[in-house]
Design a protein around this ligand. Structure first.
Ligand code: PLP
Length: 367
């Protein structure tokens, strides 16, 4: 068995779920489990939250929705992305809630629903300013008119998505909230109301309580990170830990070099330890040569030399390493912590990406 694993601390996940519920006490909290639950394993995440009574989850793609349905026949699933035309029949059959962003998809869903003699569950998706998916906010009147003339679908939701909810002072937030409210009003005046009205992602939940409505869609906060890398939220606990064991230790002499390209020079006689994880596991090569830090036996070490596909090295002057010593790539020990934010800062990214980057070669286990 490989010593290195991604450990999913489901206890922290559940704690984060309740923390977010406290932020949005009147809304249904729908966990977003796209991209294999931001790299945390959809199965582990859904299992843990099901035990807490959560029964509504959101994903991006058809394949994610259908896989989730296969594994969990009983839950509610919202697919937020655009379905391929050939997938729509199966999605409707499998009772997936569909976010609808365009007329073609809308009409096709209605046709399929009639053929199957069932009522597809629709969430009207309105673009209020991100300019990504959704009907334009200023086309609401046409959607209302269309909706008034159909009877073969269940209009369960109206939704939108923030572009800058992690920056509460950005003026676009207010604009989006106002546009979304207006859309809901236009529907209301035509006698159409929705069970689920939702615009908030994690940032929206934290920063715009007035926009929670009846449902919120939470991703990053569930996994223990703030959507804003510079604004930590102390109650959230990271869910992903990556750890393993030192695989090899040897002595090195002053002036020798370590790893490919001979880019790191040994400063004095000492020891290197080999850590068996590399960019072939999704561990960024940009962390090479002191950019990345790891925790070994509770102490922080800089990476010496280049990260290889399967391994990299650290150095100590004293003979303190032993094969089998505990290494943490992501996690905490005593006063030291390496977080997805630390990695994100080095590589110029966001925790969303650093959590998603690890590859299936690195086994995932429940803590
Ligand atoms: C990914 C996604 C979310 C979750 O966003 P977080 O910032 O991770 O909370 C919510 N809504 C939509 C439409 C998304 O694509």
């Amino acid at each position: 068995m490989r010593s290195f694993v991604k450990r999913i601390v489901t206890e922290n996940l559940v704690s984060n779920y309740y923390t977010m519920k406290k932020y949005a006490p009147r809304a249904i909290v729908v966990p977003v489990v796209k991209a294999d639950a931001y790299g945390h394993s959809t199965r582990l995440v859904v299992d843990a939250l099901l035990s807490e009574g959560v029964d509504f989850f959101a994903v991006a793609f058809s394949c994610e929705a259908l896989q989730l349905r296969k594994d969990y026949p009983q839950i509610r699933i919202l697919m937020m992305g655009i379905p391929e035309k050939e997938d729509i029949r199966l999605l409707v059959q499998e009772k997936i809630d569909l976010a609808v962003s365009d007329w073609l998809t809308f009409k096709h869903i209605i046709t399929v629903g009639k053929e199957l003699k069932c009522y597809p569950r629709i969430h009207i998706k309105v673009d209020t300013g991100i300019n990504r998916l959704g009907f334009r906010y200023d086309s609401c009147q046409q959607i209302v008119e269309f909706c008034q003339n159909i009877s073969d679908v269940e209009l369960v939701g109206i939704m939108s998505h923030f572009a800058c909810s992690d920056e509460p002072s950005h003026p676009l937030n207010r604009v989006q909230i106002a546009r979304f409210w207006k859309c809901i009003e236009i529907f209301k005046q035509a006698g159409i109301s929705f069970m689920y009205q939702h615009i908030c992602n994690s940032g929206g939940v934290l920063n715009f309580p007035e926009a929670h409505y009846s449902m919120v869609r939470i991703g990053i906060c569930l996994y223990g990170y703030s959507p804003n890398i510079n604004k930590a939220i102390s109650q959230l606990k990271p869910v992903m830990e990556i750890e393993g064991k030192l695989s090899f230790v040897k002595s090195v002499k002053e002036g020798e070099t370590v790893s490919y390209g001979a880019t790191w020079r040994v400063p004095e006689d000492g020891y290197i330890a080999v850590i068996p994880i590399g960019y072939g596991d999704g561990y960024y090569r940009l962390l090479s040569n002191g950019h990345g830090k790891v925790i070994v036996n509770g102490k922080l070490y800089s990476i010496s030399g280049r990260i290889c596909m399967d391994q990299f090295m650290i150095f100590a002057r004293d003979n303190i390493f032993s094969t089998g010593d505990r290494v943490q790539i992501l996690g905490a020990n005593g006063k030291h912590r390496v977080s997805a934010n630390d990695i994100a800062r080095v590589v110029g990214s966001i925790p969303y990406e650093t959590l998603c980057q690890f590859l299936p070669r690195l086994p995932t286990v429940k803590a």
